[in-house]
Design a protein around this ligand. Structure first.
Ligand code: HEC
Length: 178
């Protein structure tokens, strides 16, 4: 009993020493370090492989972020909401909505031959991906009185994706010319 009491005291003393050494000196670290060093390369190999899955699609690879990383599949899917009213090919003409070819860098309400609402005609801004993001969040409040009867794209990821899709489809160039 006395022996064990003595042993306990010795153990406590060495624990206290170890604790002090570990807290204040890097010399205590090597005891745990080899384990971490062995484990590190293995765990590092997993995240290194992961980004491959998040690589930008070929269609969006030339776009600036966040459009570059958007999902092409989500862009195609979300564009289906717009395609009954908008064409994107140059010279393809207007539907219920104006042709959107070259819309980025273009003054609002300036597609040739489209009869815009008075509300949109008095606007003077130039379309950028950011402006379109606001427009699509809520078309009815972005420019009050406009005639685009569309509820908007509520999910941010889908909005970014459809904007990226439109950028890729309509020949977006950064910085926009004209
Ligand atoms: C129900 C038909 C309809 C749908 C669906 C629709 N739009 Fe429109 N869009 C219009 C109309 C009409 C206008 C013109 C509004 C005006 O003159 O006030 C317009 C205008 C626009 C403009 C402004 C163009 C310019 O020349 O200034 C953009 C950009 C646009 N729409 C993008 C989209 C996108 C992207 C979607 C899908 C997410 C979409 N629209 C869905 C009918 C539609």
């Amino acid at each position: 009993m006395r022996l064990s009491a003595g042993a306990s005291l010795a153990a406590l003393a060495s624990l206290a020493l170890a604790a002090c050494g570990g807290a204040s000196e890097p010399a205590a670290a090597p005891a745990g370090a080899p384990v971490a060093e062995v484990a590190a390369p293995e765990t590092a190999a997993i995240p290194a492989a992961a980004p491959a899955a998040a690589e930008p699609s070929l269609e969006f690879a030339h776009l600036p972020e966040p459009y570059r990383s958007a999902s092409y599949a989500a862009g195609v899917r979300t564009w289906k909401l717009c395609q009954s009213c908008h064409l994107t090919k140059e010279g393809a003409g207007n539907l219920v909505g104006p042709n959107l070819h070259g819309v980025f860098g273009r003054q609002v309400a300036s597609a040739p031959g489209f009869d815009y609402s008075p509300a949109l005609k008095v606007e003077t801004f130039t379309w950028t991906p950011e402006q379109l993001d606001h427009w699509l969040q809520n078309p009815s409040t972005f420019v009050r009185g406009n005639r685009m009867s569309f509820a908007g794209v509520r999910k941010e990821g889908d909005r970014t994706a459809v904007i990226a899709y439109l950028m890729a489809e309509t020949g977006y160039e950064a910085p926009p010319a004209e």
